[in-house]
Design a protein around this ligand. Structure first.
Ligand code: SF4
Length: 70
């Protein structure tokens, strides 16, 4: 897959479903409807991209179980 901005964006979160499928969740989607919850990859350009900072240290580790397939 070509490189995408999302894996190194401070707003990204990995989601693993109960069936073991992995999805990339954009946390900006919770407050801004311009951002899809599960952006189609690869994302080559994004106005919301932010590199990790001390305030927002980086992508959360694989986290919440949220099943986008349901
Ligand atoms: S803000 Fe943009 S680059 Fe960052 S996770 Fe969301 S869609 Fe990806």
């Amino acid at each position: 897959m070509p490189p995408s901005l999302c894996p190194c964006c401070a707003w990204k979160r990995d989601v693993v479903t109960g069936r073991g499928s992995r999805f990339l969740l954009c946390r900006r989607s919770s407050t801004d409807r311009d951002f899809p919850k599960y952006p189609m990859q690869p994302v080559r350009s994004c106005p919301g991209f932010e590199p990790p900072t001390l305030d927002r240290p980086g992508p959360d580790p694989v986290g919440e179980r949220d099943d986008p397939e349901s």
